[in-house]
Design a protein around this ligand. Structure first.
Ligand code: ARG
Length: 460
């Protein structure tokens, strides 16, 4: 049985069962919110003084006391108490120990329900900004690499079969576009996160003459929640954040998959730096792409948290329910996983070695310019379907002869179609193929250079 007196113990005659006390406590994980909790409390106290509910002197004592608590926690001169349930009651109890009964006035016109909703929003706002910084770093690293590789050619794939030549710069910019959409999703999400619940109190608001807009301004919120019941109960902003995070992890998992394939002995398109790989304890030749593999694996836990939060929220009646205490661990883990994955990717990309010769060799081996031959015939007047058939026959011939299209003699070409002339050889080069796709969004080096310029402007 607990011997600590609870802030809410007045209506109780028997102490909390020891297991129930531990089972219901959240301080083990919500202690992570302490800075935001103190920030919110300081703003609340200042607002109470502003409207005359607290004397200026009382407010100063509270602010100083909270600042001292903050220092204690930061310096480790602190012990969290399970008996005090959560981060909010731990801090408030300690405040009162430090400054006496004035500390007991802090909770005037407030409830832990609007307090915790405020804490999570402040925390998430900060973490979204941290995540955006990592995302920016990663996109910039990809754009820099793309700039070095505007003319590098590798096979573009469909169905993981060699399809058409593409420039590596173009391929990398595809990743940038996905991440740019992720970035704008986080921006949208931040706008809905940055709305202040404080003042909703337990659920119905409070009878004190509070000024919520004043508090919101102190805390840097863009708006004040319109409805007190909604303010304390919904966690849709956290679900939305987890959905945006899931999409980022999905993109990173696809990216990971390509890095893993490309660094394999079969592809050898790139080398990952040793700093991002590990060896095998039994096979001396191994260098494993652990970082991309782990990031690919970690996408699963983020999707899992998204589903947890959706399920947590489902069917909850208004307003606050204790169920919502279960929002924190998923939110924290989504943040940690996403932030870590983006950080390690932003560090790893600049350390990639591109094996241009291998990419070129692979592009030459896969009949990747067959479409160019068909397009050539179409430009000379042949209907596309017929051209497709003619090229198919030529490719079959090459497979039988074990050679590439570009090595056929003009006489041989003309057995397939007499429309084919000497100028075909330029069309069938890899450079000719990519340069021909010279329109907005295409793979031609000239287009890639322009796309890089536009991306840098969008990133600025
Ligand atoms: N620890 C709680 C949570 O995380 C704080 C709010 C508790 N409110 C309450 N009425 N018991 O949601």
């Amino acid at each position: 049985m607990s011997t600590v007196e609870k802030p809410w113990s007045g209506r109780f005659t028997a102490p909390t069962d020891a297991f129930v006390e531990a089972f219901t406590a959240s301080v083990g994980f919500d202690q992570r919110l302490y800075e935001y909790d103190i920030m919110g409390s300081i703003a609340h106290a200042r607002m109470l003084a502003h409207v005359g509910v607290l004397a200026a002197e009382e407010c100063e004592q509270i602010v100083q006391g909270l600042t001292a608590v903050q220092q204690d926690i930061a310096s480790g001169n602190w012990q969290w108490s399970i008996a005090l349930e959560d981060v909010h009651m731990n801090i408030e109890t300690r405040l009162t120990e430090k400054i006496g009964i004035v500390g007991k006035k802090l909770h005037t016109g407030r409830s832990r329900n609007d307090q915790v909703a405020t804490d999570i929003r402040l925390y998430l706002r900060q973490e979204i900004d941290n995540i955006q910084a990592e995302l920016q770093r990663l996109i910039t690293a990809l754009v820099n690499l793309a700039e070095n590789e505007t003319d590098t050619i590798l096979p573009g794939f469909t169905h993981l079969q060699s399809a058409q030549p593409v420039t590596f710069g173009h391929h990398l910019l595809a990743w940038c576009e996905m991440l740019m959409r992720d970035r704008s999703r986080l921006q949208d999400c931040r706008a809905r996160v940055n709305v202040m619940p404080l003042g909703a109190a337990a659920l119905a608001g409070t009878s004190y003459p509070i000024d919520r807009h004043y508090t919101a301004q102190l805390l840097g919120f863009d708006g004040v929640a319109e409805n007190s019941l909604d303010a304390v109960s919904d966690r849709d902003f956290a679900i939305e954040f987890s959905a945006a995070a899931s999409l980022i992890m999905m993109h990173l998992s696809r990216f990971s998959e390509e890095l893993i394939l490309w660094s394999s002995a079969q592809f050898q398109f790139i080398d990952l730096s040793d700093a991002f790989c590990t060896g095998s304890s039994i096979m001396p030749q191994k260098k494993n792409p652990d970082v991309p593999e782990l990031v690919r694996g970690k996408s699963g836990r983020v999707y899992g948290h998204l589903i947890s939060l959706l399920t947590l929220m489902k069917s909850q009646p208004l307003a606050y329910n204790k169920d919502n205490q279960e929002d924190k661990e998923p939110i924290f883990d989504v943040v940690d996983t996403l932030r870590g994955s983006l950080k390690v990717y932003a560090d790893m990309i600049p350390a990639i070695t591109v094996k241009r010769d291998r990419m070129r060799e692979a592009t030459l081996a896969g009949f990747t310019t067959a479409t160019d031959l068909a397009d050539y015939l179409v430009k000379k007047g042949m209907p596309f379907r017929d051209a497709h058939e003619v090229v198919g026959l030529a490719v079959r011939h090459c497979i039988e002869q074990d050679c590439g299209l570009e090595s056929l003699s003009l006489e041989t070409f003309q057995q397939f179609s007499n429309l084919i002339q000497e100028d075909i050889y330029q069309v069938l080069t890899l450079e000719g193929s990519v340069a021909a796709r010279n329109h907005f969004g295409g793979t031609a080096p000239a287009q890639v250079r322009q796309a890089i310029g536009r991306l840098r402007e969008r990133l600025a």
